[in-house]
Design a binder for this molecule. Structure first.
Ligand code: FMN
Length: 394
């Protein structure tokens, strides 16, 4: 078995290469892990401020308009839906509110044709928004029924979430998960060595299973190392592609950007100056070796890697995977667990089949996550509900 220093040596970027993706304090490596424990991250401007009431992340559950017409109540629940995670924070969703339902559409103008040519991750992202909406409705005592892919002649209508006539009786766990929506973040920082208790991981497996997905944890250090190598290989392949870099750079923003979507530099641990330069640098240079070294280290030293997958690989499966992903992320947050993504091998068809090696039970791997405990991180921008509503003119 190679020692840690041997294995990280093999993926270290050559001297003299620009490695702006590692300039921030997302931090892999021993020193950085220690630093990250002490410092708690690179704060974006105003990060420690109280969330202002006009920020989409501000949700006061007590402000739910219980006696208002159903459309108003459903619009309130959409505040939870727009906080869902999405690939590159592209927020590829639109909602149409009816008297007793919400129609959920894919917004394919926000697709990522290079990294996600089939709109698989786009559909997963919309699935996350559907599950946020369902949990919000439950939290506010509206029984919800999700009808996936209701119209064969409308490929953009991915789901209708119906309000059932009877009032819902949410469990404490469901309420806690809904309340976790405005607190959940993707945490790209290095995690410490504490291993999550088996019972916590079992709860995640249960939640994914209830929504038709499988969740398989990889805790064995040798397996994690092999998986880390696959992630590093995927980074090199992706960053060698100019189209991939262009697409990624177009969603990257500097820390003070007023953009309501995309990836601000602080989300990957960048301070002010690197966040300004990063889009240009990423577009221009192949940073694959630096990225591979960093992700290898993050993957290898996260106490748990996990694959979320489905039995088949249809649009319906992607939607289920998204709903399961949202449930897993929210349940993890309730238990104090940090989660981040290492999807890159699943995004490359040849490598996706190799991910199955770790999880023979999973026919179609959809998402690769790392889990653990780490310092807190900051919220990324969102478009408010008004900007993603489809108006019927009624
Ligand atoms: C389907 C899907 C794929 C994602 N893939 C990655 C990924 O490969 N790498 C990554 O760092 N984040 C990934 N993310 C996380 C998003 O970038 C993140 O959700 C988005 O930037 C919003 O930030 P938040 O989760 O903190 O709200 C993914 C999210 C989703 C839903």
């Amino acid at each position: 078995m190679p020692s840690r220093s041997e294995s990280s040596k093999s993926t270290r970027p050559p001297k003299g290469r620009i490695d702006i993706l590692s300039m921030g304090s997302t931090g892999s490596g021993k020193k950085s892990r220690a630093r990250s424990r002490k410092a708690g991250g690179t704060a974006p401007p105003g990060a420690r401020d109280v969330i202002p009431p006009d920020d989409p992340w501000y949700i006061d559950p007590n402000a739910f308009p219980r006696r208002a017409p159903m459309r108003e109540r459903l619009k309130f629940c959409l505040k939870y839906a727009v906080l869902a995670p999405s690939s590159h924070n592209s927020q590829p969703w639109r909602f149409m509110v009816g008297d007793d339902h919400v129609r959920v559409f894919a917004d394919r103008t926000r697709a990522l044709p290079v990294v996600d040519p089939e709109d698989r991750e786009l559909t997963i992202s919309v699935g996350c928004a559907v599950e946020h909406l369902r949990l919000a409705m439950l939290r506010h005592r509206l029984a919800a029924r999700v009808e996936p892919l209701p119209r064969a002649d409308d490929h953009d209508l991915l789901a209708i979430v119906h309000v059932e006539p009877r009032p819902a009786a949410p469990t404490g766990e469901q309420c806690a998960m809904a309340d976790a929506v405005p607190l959940r973040r993707t945490n790209r920082r290095a995690f410490d060595a504490r291993v999550p208790h088996e019972m916590l991981l079992d709860a995640l497996v249960r939640h994914a299973g209830a929504l038709g997905a499988e969740f398989v944890c990889i805790t064995d250090p040798r397996e994690r190392r092999v998986c880390a190598e696959l992630v590093a290989e995927a980074d090199r392949v992706q960053f060698a592609s100019r189209q991939f870099r262009r697409e990624l750079a177009s969603w990257m923003h500097h820390n003070r950007s007023l953009s309501q979507d995309g990836l601000p530099g602080f989300a990957t641990g960048m301070s002010e100056l690197p966040s300004l330069l990063a889009p240009l640098v990423v577009r221009t240079f192949d940073l694959g070796d630096g990225r591979a070294a960093r992700d290898h280290d993050l993957a290898e030293h996260s106490p748990v890697l996990a694959v979320l997958g489905t039995e088949h690989d249809s649009v319906a499966d992607w939607l289920s995977a998204g709903r399961a992903l949202a449930a897993v992320l929210l349940r993890a947050h309730v238990d104090g667990l940090c989660v981040s993504y290492l999807n890159q091998p699943i995004e490359i068809p040849e490598l996706r089949s190799r991910v199955r090696r770790f999880t023979p039970k999973i026919a179609a791997p959809q998402i690769l996550l790392r889990l653990g405990y780490g310092p807190s991180t900051h919220r990324t921008p969102r478009r408010p509900v008004e900007r993603v509503l489809v108006h019927t003119g009624l």
